[in-house]
Design a protein around this ligand. Structure first.
Ligand SMILES: [Zn+2]
Length: 349
């Protein structure tokens, strides 16, 4: 049975011409999680011709409450593969390109250049600013969302001057670990679901050139009291894409910050001290995997660690520990990050 887009083609703003435009479009989705699930499902359903999915993670059972694209039986499998299979069932005429890797400075620009629009469905600031810089340099539209517990915000970057980029609003990139992500702060599934749904809507509006794309505006929504406000978010004078004073080409990734171990005993055998940087709340329901210093406390006081020692920072997924290790290295501490986090170990010992 061929895909049937009749209910959206009925819209004056879409029509057969718009549908053909969608079929010829390529959208890159960075992160196949709580935001990425609805984005991918709605864009595949709408008949966007090619969807690129970037995600390095394996499905974890704790993902399922906010990522209805997946099933419990798929835990432990690669999310890009699972998402691609689910989307092909939803709409076999959509071409899915999987990129099972971490979106980083070495691949950001190359990936973004290959698509018409990039959608930020990441859960960390490092990725968001990388997406921003790549979008500005490549002159591609980007749709950003950030979620914190019951609230979040949406922003659209486009090369035309009515849109600010992320660095126009936050010239100093916000460091990970200062504001909690879902693993740290907790979230109810429908909250990222709602923001992801709005990102899908914005992506379709951009592709179809429909009005109302948050030009020069930041949309803040709070689902605790159901309030929404739009703030003016003008572009800075120094931001004249692609020659923006605030955007630099991504620097190459420093090799060797992340290390892989089957067990923490292997790391200790190599003379490393384990520092568990998870929050008090996370450690309360688990067991600290080593000396426990929550990430915000550690970054505020790098002097808690000795420049003479060798450290392995650990968290749940390896994302916060990587951000923290990079920060500590800048402060002269020999810190590494456990790749894939505690969840990637064969067992905690
Ligand atoms: Zn800017």
């Amino acid at each position: 049975m061929p895909s049937d887009y009749s209910r959206q083609i009925l819209l004056r703003e879409v029509g057969a011409e718009g549908q053909a435009k969608l079929k010829d479009s390529r959208v890159l989705v960075v992160g196949a999680g709580g935001l990425g699930s609805p984005v991918l499902q709605y864009l595949a359903g709408a008949g966007v011709g090619t969807l690129g999915i970037v995600d390095a993670d394996l499905l974890d059972p704790s993902n399922l409450h906010r990522q209805p694209l997946y099933s419990l039986e798929d835990v432990g499998r690669r999310k890009t593969d699972l998402a691609a299979a689910a989307l092909r069932r939803l709409n076999p005429s959509v071409l899915i390109e999987t990129h099972p890797l971490r979106f980083d400075a070495d691949n950001a620009l190359d990936l973004v250049r290959r698509y018409d629009v990039v959608i930020d469905c990441s859960d960390n600031f490092r990725a968001k600013f990388l997406i921003n810089d790549a979008a500005v340099l490549a002159q591609k539209p980007a749709v950003f969302a950030s979620v914190y517990q019951y609230e979040g915000q949406l922003q659209v970057y486009k090369p035309d001057t009515s849109h600010a980029c992320l660095r126009c609003l936050w010239p100093q990139a916000t460091a990970d670990g200062i504001v909690g992500n879902c693993a740290e702060a907790g979230v109810l599934g429908p909250v990222p679901g709602a923001f992801g749904t709005l990102q899908a809507l914005l992506a379709l509006k951009i592709l179809l050139n429909i009005d109302g794309q948050l030009e020069g505006e930041l949309l803040l929504m709070d689902f605790m009291n159901f309030s929404a406000i739009k703030l003016k978010a003008p572009r800075r004078a120094q931001c004249r894409a692609p020659d923006c004073d605030l955007v630099r080409p991504p620097a190459r990734e420093e090799a060797g910050v992340e290390l892989r171990f089957g067990s923490l005993a292997d790391a200790r055998a190599r003379g490393m001290e384990i520092i568990d940087i998870r929050s008090d709340e996370e450690v309360a329901v688990a067991i600290a995997a080593g000396r426990h210093i929550p990430m915000p406390a550690l970054l505020a006081n790098p002097g808690l660690l000795s420049p003479a020692a060798l450290y392995l920072l650990v968290c749940t997924s390896g994302q916060r520990s990587l951000a923290a290790a990079r920060d500590l290295r800048a402060a002269g501490i020999r810190a590494h990050s456990l790749a894939r986090g505690l969840r990637g170990l064969d067992g905690i010992d």
